[in-house]
Every structure is written in structure tokens, then in C-alpha cells.
Write a protein that binds this ligand. Structure first.
Ligand code: FAD
Length: 554
């Protein structure tokens, strides 16, 4: 590869990192996998990316494994932001918020959500699909994964908010992608250009399989599996929106260089009803009941998460500032003291919002009265200040697991199942039976209002005995989730972990359409190999992370 990197220097202005430590630093994301790249590239601008794509095209026949894996903050849980060739790291130079026009945020993809949140807050706005990883992830990764979060209950996943993207496609040129009326689409499709042919092929594919594609859409509020073909072309409205397909494509169709995304109003006042459950059995009945009261958000976490949050609350000092951390910690410990050491199995966080504090309190107390019949312990945290420590634990739940449980590895592989909440009374006991059968001590948190659960087993993932559980567990869970019309990924997408199961979930015909889609955009497989339709279980299993990182460098 050395001669190749030498040539690359001539056309690429950004950094080209080939040192051992740099490659190791980018060999992991938040998944159970590790893949060592040949080099990490930090593009300075879109022209750099366009030149790189052309360069890869030019040398692909000599170096068949040459490819580009776009990466933003690398917090992906499906193994989609690691790659064995060139990792294109977007956070260094694509880090500018371009501005706000009305409620449309214009930004580069490498901007961290921790910078976008305060920027939008000044205008009373927020993004409607920000993930719980908002402190460590970027807006480009949100688009890449079709991420969702606590607000997705109302605003859906990211695909619903994206208004326009700039994307470098496989021909090495940058294009603007936005919703088109059929008349505009017809004009474009007549052009004998890469772009014209691309749109024509995608349109023809969707038209020819219209019902099959639309019926394949999982029957849930949020899904990030497969390619979002069902959202692209709507015969009724006559709108053809390719941003829907790029969003959630995990960098397998092209590289996003610029984003316009709609922001939503941030409520003036919010508060929480906390309901503490001592048994999972009640969950299935309570969730649908709570939903009737139309909460703004409805989240939750289990006792393991709660315990970690309490034990390590002081580690949030860096993020919150020492004074705010101490304030929240004092409030939290005061609330928790009443449990006398016996933490509830599940904490439900039911959030209401309103124009005044009184309105919020009224909404919370209405539900409080209804839930009394379950004889639950409940607390009303009627404003933002008293709710804050619970949000801190919920949003950090997966980080706490990853960073604080030392003897076992938090192993996300069944981490994102979603079914409609009305099925939960039947679905949850069956799910728990499978988890028990395979002896997977797992934590649970998630977006309960969407029926979207993050079940993260704590495993010695390096052990072959533990690894042997992955496939049979998937084989038992997929039919269960499909029986209830759900999806294996509400927001964490496919990557290496669920890519190999796409045909099992969607069937061979729909899988063939997904594969065709990939090949229309990327006929020579230069974008993010071994993910989504290009994933294989063998490759993924061969790249489960090892304890001894040095082995990677052999
Ligand atoms: C503690 C924790 C909590 C999480 N909670 C949530 C949650 O609540 N909801 C949720 O949806 N996810 C969650 N995630 C997963 C992940 O954090 C999010 O999906 C996040 O949006 C990814 O952002 P990132 O910047 O880290 O992207 P990365 O991990 O760098 O990339 C994600 C995907 O997007 C692609 N990509 C990145 N940049 C580009 C680009 N410019 N062009 C094309 N493709 C690109 C990558 O190739 C990859 O496939 C969580 C992860 C952790 C570790």
C-alpha cells in the first residue's frame, strides 16, 4: 500500500494517518467488532472526498480490497463505522454549523450534537431524533444510521427531518439530493449522466416492485433496518425523495458532505412522572395505558443501569461541570434514599410538556392518579431541574455499561428490537424466556413508548463458548419479532451485526431489491464493505473483538 499512499498525497489535502496507534484507535466503534484499517484519512473539504473516490475507482482493479468507510464520531453499535481499508474520518474538518434558516439547520456532517444542541436551544429549537449518545455522537452519524431517540415518539427517526443532503456518489462527484416533484424527476431521468441514470434506475426498481417494497416496511414507529426504499417514491403525492434512501444507508451508497435538517420547537416546560416497577410482568400492561395519555417522551431503564448511574454519578462532572453534577447528585441521592437499598427493577420516565409549569403538573398528576391502581411507587419531578439526574442516567445508560463494567463486555447484538407497544404483554415474556434460556445476563433500557428496547448482554465476548450463543439467539429472536410485525433495529441499523440477517428478516425477494439498490449506487463496492447487504456472518464472526489488541497489527 505504501506506493499507493504516496500517490494519494498528491491529490488529497487532508491528513493521511498510517501509524500503528492511529489505525488501532480507529479499529473499534461501540460494537462487538474490531477491524483494522490500512489508513485513516481526514478530508479537508468536499473536493478532497471527490478526489479520493475517483482515486479509489482508478486503483480498485490493482487493489481489489480498496474501499472507503465514512466515519463520524465512531459510536456506532452495529460495527458500521470500522473498515479494513480507508477510514474517512469526518469530525476534524467537517465541523462547521453553517447556520439556521427558519427552522432548517444547515450543518456539516462532522459536527457533534453537543455543539448543535446549545446552538438550536438559543432559538427555542432542537432536533427531533437526537440519540441518547448526544454527548458523544455527530449529526452525520445520525443521518448515516437513521438514528432515533427519546423524541422519536413524536418526530420519528432522522429520515423524517432531513430536507436536503450533498452527497459524493461513486462517480466521484458531489450532488444535491432533495425531494423532487415527478415532473422534475422526469427531466432528470432523461439526462444521460451518472445522476440521471442513477435516479432512473432507482425509480424503475421501486415502480416495478411498488407493493412488495411498501408491504416490506416494518409495522413500527421506528425502523433503521434495510434501505428505506418504501419512503422514497409515493405515487399519491408524486414526490420522489432520495434523501430518505441515503439516510440510514450507513455510508454504503455515498458520502454525505452537507446536511439541511428540520428542527422542531423545544417546549418551554417539561416534567417527569417516575413510576418504579418491581416486576417486568406489569410492563406489558402499563406501557399501552401510559400511551393513551400522549406523553412527550416515554423512556426507561433497569436496576443494573440505575445502580451504575448512582455509583458513578460523579463521573458526569466533566460533562455537567462540578457544581451542576453535585446539585443533581444531591437531589438524586435524596430521592433514592427512600428505597433503603432496594432499587426497583424498572424505572419508567414518563415526560410531559406544556406552556406553563402548572400545565405540566396537571398532565403528570392525571396519569399519576390512573396508575395508582397498580400500587406502584411513583414520584413527580415537575420541572427540568429535578428531572435532570434521571435523564443523565438514561442518556448515559449504554456508556455506563461500556465504560464501567470491567469484567464483562457490554455486547450489543440484540440491542434494538422494536414492536408495537400493544403487543408487549405477549412479546416481552417470550423475549425474556429466550434470554434466560441462553443465560445472557442483560441490561434493559430504551424508548418504551415506541416499543424499542435496548437489551445489552454482558458477556466475555472473546470466549468461543459465549460467541457460540450469538447465532442461535438470533435464530430464535428473529421469528419472534417478525410474528409481531416488528424490526430487529429501531435505530441502531444493520452494519455487521444485523446485515447478515437481512434476508431472514425481509425475505429473499426484498433482500434482492436491497442488493440491487446497493449495486445501482456502488457497482464496484467502494463504499463501506461488509455492512448491510454486503455483510456475511462468517466475516462478522471473524472480527469479534479480542482482548489482546496487539494481535490486530500482525
Ligand atoms: C452510549 C450509546 C448510546 C446510543 N444511543 C443511541 C440512541 O438512542 N439512538 C440511536 O439511534 N443510536 C444510539 N447509539 C448509536 C450511535 O451513537 C448513533 O446512531 C449515532 O447517531 C452515531 O453517530 P456517530 O457520529 O458516532 O456516527 P458513526 O458511528 O461514526 O457512523 C454511523 C454510521 O454512519 C456512517 N457515516 C458517518 N458519517 C457519514 C458521512 N459523512 N457520510 C455517509 N455515512 C456516514 C458510518 O459509516 C456508519 O455507518 C448509541 C451509541 C452509544 C455508544
Amino acid at each position: 500500500m505504501e506506493p499507493l499512499f504516496h500517490k494519494l498525497h498528491a491529490i488529497f489535502k487532508g491528513s493521511i494517518l498510517t501509524h500503528r496507534e492511529d489505525r488501532l484507535a480507529y479499529s473499534h466503534d461501540a460494537s462487538i467488532y474490531e477491524v483494522l484499517p490500512q489508513a485513516v484519512l481526514e478530508p479537508r473539504d468536499s473536493k478532497d472526498i471527490q478526489n479520493l473516490v475517483s482515486f479509489v475507482n482508478e486503483h480498485k482493479s490493482t487493489y481489489p480490497n480498496l474501499s472507503i468507510t465514512p466515519r463520524s464520531a465512531g459510536t456506532d453499535m452495529s460495527g458500521a463505522s470500522i473498515g479494513n481499508s480507508l477510514v474517512l474520518s469526518m469530525t476534524r474538518y467537517f465541523s462547521k454549523i453553517e447556520g439556521l434558516s427558519g427552522n432548517i439547520l444547515h450543518t456539516q456532517p462532522g459536527v457533534y450534537m453537543r455543539d448543535i444542541d446549545p446552538f438550536l436551544e438559543k432559538y427555542g429549537l432542537m432536533l427531533g431524533s437526537v440519540p441518547a449518545s448526544r454527548a458523544i455522537s455527530t449529526v452525520g452519524g445520525m443521518v448515516g444510521n437513521n438514528a432515533g431517540g427519546e423524541q422519536s415518539l413524536r418526530y420519528g427517526n432522522t429520515e423524517r427531518s432531513v430536507r436536503e443532503l450533498k452527497v459524493v456518489f461513486a462517480d466521484g462527484k458531489e450532488y444535491t439530493v432533495r425531494p423532487l416533484h415527478k415532473k422534475e424527476l422526469d427531466v432528470l431521468m432523461k439526462k444521460n449522466t451518472f445522476e440521471g441514470r442513477l435516479y432512473k434506475q432507482v425509480y424503475d426498481l421501486i415502480e416495478a416492485n411498488y407493493d412488495l417494497i411498501h408491504n416490506a416496511r416494518p409495522n413500527v414507529n421506528k425502523n433503521s433496518m434495510g434501505y428505506n426504499l418504501w419512503s422514497v417514491w409515493d405515487r399519491m403525492t408524486g414526490i420522489f425523495d432520495m434523501t430518505r434512501l441515503i439516510t440510514g444507508s450507513q455510508g454504503t451508497l455515498g458520502i454525505v458532505t452537507d446536511i439541511k435538517i428540520e428542527a422542531v420547537p423545544k417546549a418551554p416546560h417539561t416534567g417527569l412522572l417516575l413510576a418504579y416497577l418491581t416486576s417486568f410482568k406489569q410492563l406489558g400492561e402499563i406501557i399501552p395505558l401510559v400511551m393513551k395519555y400522549k406523553p412527550a417522551t416515554f423512556e426507561g431503564f433497569d436496576d443494573i443501569t440505575f445502580n451504575l448511574g448512582l455509583k458513578y454519578f460523579k463521573t458526569f462532572s466533566k460533562q455537567l461541570g462540578a457544581k451542576e453534577m453535585l446539585r443533581q447528585q444531591a437531589w438524586l441521592f435524596g430521592q433514592v434514599a427512600r428505597f433503603k437499598g432496594h432499587l426497583p427493577n424498572i424505572v419508567l420516565m414518563i415526560e410531559f410538556e406544556g406552556a406553563t409549569k402548572e400545565e405540566v403538573y396537571k398532565k403528570i398528576s392525571n396519569l399519576h392518579d390512573v396508575l395508582k391502581k397498580y400500587h406502584l411507587r411513583m414520584d413527580i419531578e415537575s420541572d427540568e431541574a429535578s428531572s435532570a439526574p434521571f435523564w443523565q442516567i438514561r442518556r448515559s445508560s449504554l456508556s455506563l455499561l461500556r465504560n464501567r463494567v470491567k469484567d464483562k463486555y457490554a455486547s450489543p447484538f440484540i440491542d434494538d428490537m422494536t414492536v408495537q407497544p400493544k403487543y408487549l404483554p405477549e412479546f416481552l415474556p417470550k423475549l425474556r424466556r429466550i434470554i434466560r434460556k441462553y443465560k445472557l445476563p442483560a441490561t434493559l433500557s430504551g424508548h418504551f413508548g415506541d416499543g424499542n428496547f435496548h437489551i445489552v448482554p454482558l458477556m466475555n465476548i472473546e470466549s468461543p463458548k459465549e460467541q457460540a450463543k450469538l447465532e442461535p439467539v438470533m435464530r430464535e429472536l428473529i421469528p419472534l419479532v417478525l410474528k409481531y410485525g416488528g424490526t430487529m433495529a429501531g435505530e441502531h441499523n444493520d452494519g455487521m451485526v444485523r446485515g447478515p440477517w437481512l434476508s431472514a428478516v425481509f425475505g429473499d425477494d426484498v433482500f434482492a431489491i436491497f442488493k440491487h439498490t446497493k449495486e445501482i449506487f456502488d457497482p464496484h463496492y467502494i463504499f463501506n464493505p461488509h455492512k448491510k447487504t454486503d455483510a456475511s456472518w462468517e466475516y462478522s464472526m471473524d472480527h469479534i473483538r479480542t482482548k489482546n489488541r496487539d494481535e490486530l497489527i500482525k
